[in-house]
Design a protein around this ligand. Structure first.
Ligand SMILES: C[S@@+](CC[C@H](N)C(=O)[O-])C[C@H]1O[C@@H](n2cnc3c(N)ncnc32)[C@H](O)[C@@H]1O
Length: 220
């Protein structure tokens, strides 16, 4: 499974930023990044599934140090080209089972990744590497938050731009595995977190653009 993810994302890495904006609406990730800018100091931070590094520079500006991880060497290569902050280190890691030390981080951040993983395993890993009292921030796609026709349009746009933009078979895990906001809260509580806040962002240019939940949680 992880090999399939690694191969797919390394292959599509050069097109990712263009295609994801077509899939989810051009302003969506920018809105989430603006929200991340408003976080306080992040201390020692880790990013799971950093992709092309769209959020990594903001993390670097707010943290003492950042370990930016992804399972895909191709994605990490793109991120390394983009980011020249001296306090960022890049590492290949499977976020469900990392080699990071117990309790090493004050903040863990992950955007648009959990639905490609076994969510309980990823959250357990985030809890393991966070210090008690540390903060988890997850940005999660939530197609279920849209009503009938809007949801159909949203999923059709994601599939269409994915197929035509990447021209390669996607990994098996898909948006069908994306937890709803409530499911994500329940998963977080079961994994040993307290949900602190939950906000929804959506590119307003189309009523069928996918909502993204920005969830902050405390590691108990
Ligand atoms: C949709 S992209 C999101 C990239 C970036 N976080 C963003 O929001 O633009 C998903 C990323 O998750 C990574 N990924 C998928 N499964 C992973 C896993 N098990 N461990 C680490 N990274 C993973 C992929 O390589 C890819 O870079």
């Amino acid at each position: 499974m992880i090999d399939e993810q690694r191969a797919f994302w390394s292959k599509v890495a050069p097109s990712y930023d263009r295609v994801v904006d077509l899939q989810i609406g051009p302003a969506t990730r920018a809105l989430v990044r603006e929200r991340l800018v408003r976080e306080g100091r992040l201390g020692n931070a880790v990013e799971f599934g950093c992709g092309t590094g769209f959020y990594t520079q903001v993390l670097a500006e707010r943290a003492e140090r950042v370990v930016a991880t992804d399972c895909s060497p191709g994605m990490l290569a793109m991120a390394q080209q983009r980011i020249d902050a001296a306090n960022v280190r890049f590492r290949v890691e499977d976020c469900q089972r990392t080699t990071l030390a117990d309790g090493a981080f004050d903040t863990a951040f992950m955007s648009l990744v959990i639905h490609f993983t076994e969510p309980a395993a990823t959250l357990a890993e985030m809890r393991r590497i966070l210090k008690p009292g540390g903060t988890l921030i997850i940005s999660n796609l939530d197609p279920q938050a849209l009503g009938g026709l809007a949801r159909v349009r949203c999923l059709a746009r994601i599939i269409y731009h994915g197929l035509t933009g990447y021209r390669t078979k996607p990994p098996k895990a898909s948006l069908n595995h994306a937890p709803t906001e409530q499911q994500l809260h329940d998963l977080l509580i079961r994994a040993g977190f307290e949900v602190l806040s939950s906000e929804t962002f959506r590119d307003p240019s189309r009523s069928s653009n996918i909502p993204v939940e920005y969830v902050r949680a405390l590691r108990r």
